[in-house]
Design a protein around this ligand. Structure first.
Ligand code: NAD
Ligand code: MG
Length: 387
């Protein structure tokens, strides 16, 4: 078997660590040659992983940590690199595939470069499509690689949707666990803190995405992500609350059929699918036991208690730079919430205000327009944080 050259952007995070685990399960160095691992602040963990997995290069996005990374790699054959130029180098290493698992807008540039260079993109970083959907889809087309979703919902849709059935595709139904506050009232949610919000009932994930799940901003981002990824009209994207997170999402067809992908909530299934595509890998993840499961529940999503879902609709309908604005404003509000400087419900208030104020922005011509909109959204959101 030919080894595939892979770079992992965000190798020290939750998705990155799971990706390294899946690579081992798929045959390790017999199946994959790791060109580069990237991280940010935690250079010791990054260096350890790069050495253990035989990566050619390790990149810290934080230039000030270059010396520390170099020190941690001394005596090993792994090349240290840092900053934007280091990430850019990692994107240009003739990769067959790049796992895009940097959190937030920081993932945009290197992922776009890797796509343009022709790598297949295993996409965990949903912000890429939320902020710059058309640019990314164009970059993939120009580079000639494939975009394979890693977000579990989108992986589910990808697994049951075939392009030759597109004419019969009616709708994509994204499932949402509802998060830790699914049954909480607005009044109760007003007073929750970050420690409570980060405790997801089913999935174990990074900090930001866990809190985004509690506010359902994560689902909002996923609606926009799905629209771009599968070229859907906004009204073809539906959300259904499914507390058990067993059905990871569904596709509805013109004959009334609905196809679903089911599994235990373990990101390694989606990661493995992306890494082995178009094959299906053998993975040691927990199997579903339907007798134990006994039932699957569904509820309509509540846009009053979870206004993020309504804001996603607004962003999809308005189009242009509204996705970038939603995401930028939301990230600032989220950071303020984590720091205890804004309330849980204020995150949506701030985001909506900024989206309205910047609704006049035209469509992006290039990545610089995305960053300009993102910066302006962040500036306005920061000014609205009162705490
Ligand atoms: P995480 O916080 O656990 O890890 C983030 C990674 O990005 C780390 O390697 C970190 O070093 C790196 N990073 C952080 N700031 C950076 C910066 N400024 N520049 C470059 N690198 C930086 O996050 P995660 O949960 O692994 O999520 C990664 C992405 O995958 C996010 O976009 C998230 O929405 C998406 N995602 C995650 C899950 C999940 O289960 N964790 C599921 C679906 C989608
Ligand atoms: Mg998801």
């Amino acid at each position: 078997m030919n080894t595939r050259r892979i770079a992992i952007f965000g190798a020290t995070g939750s998705i990155g660590v799971n990706t390294l685990d899946v690579i081992e399960q798929l045959g390790g160095r017999d199946a994959f040659e790791i060109t580069a691992l990237t991280g940010n602040a935690n250079v010791d963990a990054l260096a350890r992983k790069a050495i253990d997995h035989g990566a050619k290069m390790a990149v810290t996005a934080d230039e000030t940590r270059y010396a520390a990374l170099k020190e941690a790699l001394s005596g090993s054959p792994v090349m240290p690199a840092a900053g934007e130029s280091g990430l850019s180098e990692a994107a240009q290493m003739n990769n067959d595939m790049v796992m895009a698992a940097i959190v937030g807008t920081a993932g945009l540039k290197p992922t776009l470069e890797a796509a343009r260079a022709g790598a297949d993109i295993a996409l965990a970083n949903k912000e890429c499509l939320v902020s710059a959907g058309p640019l990314f889809m164009d970059a993939i087309a120009a580079g000639g690689g494939k975009m394979i979703p890693v977000d579990s919902e989108h992986s589910a849709v990808f697994q049951v949707f075939e392009e030759n059935q597109r004419r019969a595709l009616e709708r994509v139904i994204i499932t949402a666990s509802g998060g830790p506050f699914r049954t909480k009232s607005l009044e109760e949610m007003r007073h929750v803190d970050a420690a409570t919000a980060r405790a997801h009932p089913n999935w174990s994930m990074g900090l930001k995405i866990s809190i985004d799940s509690a506010s359902m901003f994560n689902k909002a981002l996923e609606m926009i992500e799905a629209m771009h990824l599968f070229t859907l009209r906004p009204d073809q994207v539906e959300v259904i609350v499914h507390p058990q997170s067993i059905i990871h999402s569904m596709v509805g067809y013109a004959d009334g059929s609905v196809l679903a992908q089911l599994g235990t909530p373990d990101m390694r299934t989606a990661i493995g699918y992306a890494l082995a595509y178009p094959g299906r890998p053998a993975l040691s993840v927990e199997r579903l036991d339907f007798a134990k499961l006994s039932r699957l529940d569904f509820e309509a999503p509540d846009e009053t208690r979870f206004p993020a879902l309504r804001l996603a609709r607004v962003a999809m309908d308005r189009g242009r730079l509204q996705g970038a604005v939603l995401n930028g404003a939301k990230e600032v509000a989220l950071e303020a919430f984590i720091a205890g400087r804004c309330g849980f419900l204020e995150m949506a208030d701030i985001t909506e205000k900024v989206m309205d104020d910047l609704s006049h922005l035209p469509a992006a011509n290039g990545i610089d327009d995305i960053f300009a909109a993102d910066r302006e959204a962040r500036r306005q959101a920061a000014a609205l944080v009162t705490g």
